[in-house]
Design a protein. Sequence first.
Length: 355
Amino acid sequence: MAEPIISIRNVSKYFGDFTALEDITIDIRPGEIFALLGPSGCGKSTLLRCIAGFETPSTGDILIDGKDMTEVPPNKRPVNMVFQSYAVFPHMSVEQNVAYGLKMDGMSKSEIAPKVAEALEQVKLGQFAKRMPDQLSGGQRQRVALARALVKRPRVLLLDEPLSALDAKLRDAMRLELVKLQQEVGVSFVMVTHDQSEALAMADRIAVMKDGRLRQLADPVTLYERPADAFVADFIGRVNLFDVTGRAPFTAKSLGALELPPGAEVPPVGDLVLAIRPEYIHLHPDTSGPIPAKLGDVGFQGDISVVEVTLSDGRAILVQVEHDETPALLALPLGAPVSISLDLTRASVLPVSDA
């Protein structure tokens, strides 16, 4: 396996009495899209700024391409950063924006021109070189910021909430464009986001953070199917969590006694929850299933519907049904008796891990 392009080793960051990062260790591979994911205030942006050199770790080390970055200022690191606001200069044309960093480095006009042209072609903006930023869409301005970062040929591109300023439709389109661009240029992308769907769709691996700590580092499928704890399960996609008592067999609150399939992993100690995704619960539009419930709101979403059902103790949970199952549910009155069954082969018993 190739040596990591970035090694974050036991990094902590303190602001007075506040701990922004606590003992973070991560290796980021060459050529991958790596996402730092978590709620606001979890430390992901602070970690990105430490990589960029805008913050200095209180303890620990950051190596880029095998070199210690402790004493290296931001402008000397082999990285470039695209900020959430894009920071495109409004008084400069597209090509002037892209050329700015090279000009500041003292490069001659004859050297700058072909590099700018190549960078603009990479982001499909060659025909917009003479335009001003106010003549561009939000997505085009974002691509200008990307070209300005890429033109300096960084080993790593750092992206701080790169799609948050875009509307939903443009955001979906730009996700695909960013992935294609990364594959074309071969630069490692490290992106910060609080949007789990964005991370799942784009990243090769994701670091989930909370309160300055790393909770799980894995590829998107593993995070979704095998979360490390209740927080990760709840943060990544929709999930129903049930408090658990006892072990093998155990009782899940609102569901009663349940028996997991042979070989299911159950943590030996600590408080536990049963986690099951809405798509792994089958909703019966009658009372033929083993667990009685009452029908709540049916949220039609086109190819699927997300249905709220209420269990016998009043607990409301979410169930996902396919498009062709929706008409029968919509024909029922609110509160109609229904039932559910669980695919326990796709459920997980997880530690709460709130410490």
